[in-house]
Ligand binder design. Structure first.
Ligand SMILES: C[S@@+](CC[C@H](N)C(=O)[O-])C[C@H]1O[C@@H](n2cnc3c(N)ncnc32)[C@H](O)[C@@H]1O
Length: 276
């Protein structure tokens, strides 16, 4: 589609700039995870905590809403030999939402406008969001309050940890990854969320028939997503021509998408269904 320069625009990807300034995070001590397993590439995080403080109103919304709406990180993350989480740390989604309904997980919801809009449009569905940026969590909880939403719950820790340790196989009906950090530089590509190990983990948590929806404004990442997802035999591309889908009318324009438009970027949407 659009011909665009390969070099990242300066305003893009605060996370990447933080890595530039702070350097790559290094592991201290024994390079094993909390379960005593050797650290793998999944421990290369897909984010660097951004600066920016939550406002007083956001902090108040988190403090008051967390007990009802929050999903705390698992204190320990035992994993069975077959890689599935031990039942003790699994989040019971029925208990969490107080009912049984189809569940959508949004990974990296930013300020949560998209999640709140979808939750308001679909009161018959439940929405679980994961975001590590505290002001974004506060922003979403304020929206949840203002709109009186009862079908939203929030995790403010690494979505990879949430998926790996706390969500049961086949428990999700839909997963959304909209405008994930593109990690423009080649040496940072390992930080991209959309990679075969994450897709494989995510697929195990998605029920058969469930849908994985993505969007990005960074064309090379769009093609990378298409390549990784097309290579997964348990997924079927919902695009008629096996590439991208038209922009779903229901998907609100997010802050990051608007920024992409200002920078002259296009938008690429993808939708894949789990078939096996
Ligand atoms: C470029 S922003 C896009 C936000 C939003 N989806 C939008 O379109 O406006 C990517 C977001 O993903 C979050 N993120 C990245 N990796 C994450 C992870 N592993 N777990 C939770 N949040 C993550 C970042 O904190 C950041 O807010």
């Amino acid at each position: 589609m659009n011909e665009r320069p390969e070099s990242p625009p300066p305003a893009e990807a605060v996370s990447e700039m933080a890595t530039e300034i702070l350097g790559e995070p290094r592991f201290r001590g024994t390079p094993t995870d909390r379960d005593g397993r050797p650290r793998t590439m999944r421990e290369v995080r897909s984010f660097v905590k951004r600066g920016g403080r939550a406002t007083n109103a956001q902090l108040r919304a988190i403090e008051e809403g967390w007990a009802t709406l929050g999903v705390p990180a698992a204190a320990v993350g035992p994993v069975r030999a077959d890689g599935t989480p031990a039942a003790s740390v699994l989040v019971d989604l029925g208990t969490l939402f107080g009912r049984t309904a189809p569940v959508t997980l949004e990974i990296g919801f930013g300020d949560g406008e998209q999640l709140a809009t979808l939750a308001a449009l679909h009161p018959e569905r439940d929405y679980l969001g994961a975001e590590v940026h505290e002001p974004g969590v506060g922003h979403l909880l304020l929206r949840v309050e203002a709109l009186g939403l009862t079908n939203v719950r929030v995790a403010r820790h690494d979505a990879v940890e949430l998926l790996r340790h706390q969500l049961a196989p086949g428990s999700l009906d839909e997963v959304l990854v909209y405008f994930p950090d593109p990690w423009h530089k080649k040496r940072h590509h390992k930080r991209r969320l959309i990679q075969p190990p994450l897709v494989s983990l995510l697929l195990e948590r998605l029920r058969i028939g469930g849908v994985f929806r993505l969007a990005t404004d960074w064309e090379p990442y769009a093609h990378h997503m298409l390549e990784v997802l097309s290579a997964e035999p348990r997924l079927r591309n919902r695009s008629a021509d096996g590439t991208f889908i038209p922009r779903p009318a229901e998907r609100p324009v997010t802050k990051f998408e608007r920024r992409g438009h200002r920078l002259g970027h296009g938008t690429w949407d993808l939708a894949f269904e789990r078939i096996a």
